[in-house]
Design a protein around this ligand. Structure first.
Ligand SMILES: Cc1ncc(COP(=O)(O)O)c(C=O)c1O
Length: 416
């Protein structure tokens, strides 16, 4: 059989919707400067979909640093992997500054957050070790686990009683195998906005022997007094053995880092396959990340503005009776009831009639009958944006409850 023939039968869970949704729901093009308003299919939209949390994407100082670094170094420099020929003072400086910010001894840059996390897990554990992880872990954590030859145990999302059971099971296994236990969770869970119970997990270290790896992609730069993340927010920076952050969200760049004790980070530096066998981050990304980190640290007013918008949006939506789940972070999920066709019509309505662009998640990512609209407030949104959105959401909720989206009263723009 031709290896490609199965594609005719099955385009995959999202690909099967490509014929109806490509360019609208999937792979939409947002044009213009990255901000609260951007252009979608020729119309200006209020955008609630970008992780540009503290507004650095289009910050004049960031744009200047990016442009100057690109002009000075080009996008090629340095050539080769860090270990072979791609090392620079700037890469090392960024690592030192990230480590200091996270109150760790050392940090190591990752070319991509996703691949970096996969490779961190792969490098840390061998067949004798056991990984214990939260059931709502991001795909990069699950993919890291796919490379793990040893046992892995999952605990239901934030279920501490079950985590204890998994740790008991894991402990029995490593007592025989001579391996160790790695617990992995997230700081902010990116879909629901709730926090990993890192403080409670850390407290279990009194009873069980394990190391803790926290993926804080959405918490870095948004949570904690200085923006150092959820570990700072919960007061468990020391208890978190390895802290993972990405540059793709609050830092509005690309790449990421892992921070921890020097011994462990240096081991990763010398053993992480995704870094050893891949080209170093280009200089403009590194110099640009230094500028972003400087602003993130020295301009707390950006985070204050973010939280002003977050609080207004979340309290306003709650006051209108919306269910936002258990979010404690800027991630703002709005849970509605309805089937996929209703979600589709509701999205058309929001985009075409209210000029609001936000991301909608339906089955199979959330249970059948649930529509999850995920809003990402940022420091570049205004309180007027918030007010307008709350009003629009009240309207669409009325329409949804009245069954208007189910009957297709709303026009299907894709078929026009
Ligand atoms: C929890 C979490 N971890 C890791 C990543 C991957 O980060 P990056 O976009 O830097 O590859 C993401 C991005 O969506 C994420 O949400």
């Amino acid at each position: 059989m031709d290896i490609f023939s199965k594609i005719d039968r099955n385009m995959g869970p999202l690909g099967k919707y490509a014929t109806q949704g490509h360019g609208y729901f999937m792979f939409p093009k947002l044009e213009g400067d990255i901000s609260n308003k951007m252009v979608f299919r020729g119309k200006e939209m209020l955008v609630w979909s970008l992780n540009n949390y503290i507004g650095l994407a289009n910050h004049p100082e960031v744009r200047k640093a990016d442009a100057e670094a690109a002009s000075l170094y080009g996008m090629a420099y340095p050539m080769g992997a860090r270990m072979m020929s791609g090392q620079t003072d700037y890469h090392e400086q960024l690592e030192r500054e990230l480590a200091t910010f996270e109150k760790k001894e050392d940090a190591y840059l990752l070319n991509f957050g996703y691949q970096g996390m996969v490779s961190v897990i792969d490098t840390l554990v061998d067949r004798n070790d056991v990984v214990v992880y939260d059931s709502e872990s991001h795909a990069c954590i699950l993919d890291g686990m796919r490379l793990h030859f040893g046992k892995r145990f999952v605990f239901p999302h934030n279920d501490m009683a079950n985590l204890r059971k998994q740790l008991e099971r894991a402990t029995k296994i490593v007592e025989k195998s001579g391996g160790g236990i790695l617990v992995i969770t997230e700081g902010v869970f990116g879909m629901s906005g709730d926090l990993g119970k890192i403080d409670e997990i850390a407290a279990l270290k009194k009873e069980f022997r394990f190391r803790l790896l926290v993926d804080d992609a959405h918490g870095f730069g948004t949570m904690g007094e200085t923006g150092a993340g959820v570990t700072e927010h919960l007061g468990v920076m020391d208890e978190t053995d390895l802290y993972f952050g990405t540059f793709a969200k609050a830092m509005a760049g690309i790449g990421g880092f892992i921070a921890g004790d020097h011994k462990v980070i240096h081991y990763l530096r010398y053993n992480m396959r995704s870094q050893i066998f891949a080209k170093s981050l280009p200089m403009p990304m590194v110099v640009g990340a230094l500028k972003r980190l400087e602003l993130l640290r020295n301009k707390p007013e950006l985070r204050t503005k973010l939280w002003e918008v977050v609080n207004a949006l979340q309290s306003g939506l709650k006051a209108q009776g919306f269910n936002l789940g258990n979010t404690e972070s800027p991630v703002t999920p709005v849970f509605l009831s309805g089937e996929v066709p209703e979600a589709t019509n509701l999205t058309f309505d929001l985009r075409e009639n209210y000029n609001i662009f936000c991301s909608i998640v339906t089955y199979p990512v959330v249970p059948k009958g649930v529509i999850l609209i995920r809003l990402i407030p940022t420091a570049v949104h205004t309180l007027e944006d918030v007010e307008y959105t709350i009003k629009a959401f009240s309207d669409i909720k009325k329409n949804l409850d009245a069954g208007k989206y189910a009957t297709g009263e709303i026009v299907d723009v894709m078929s026009q």
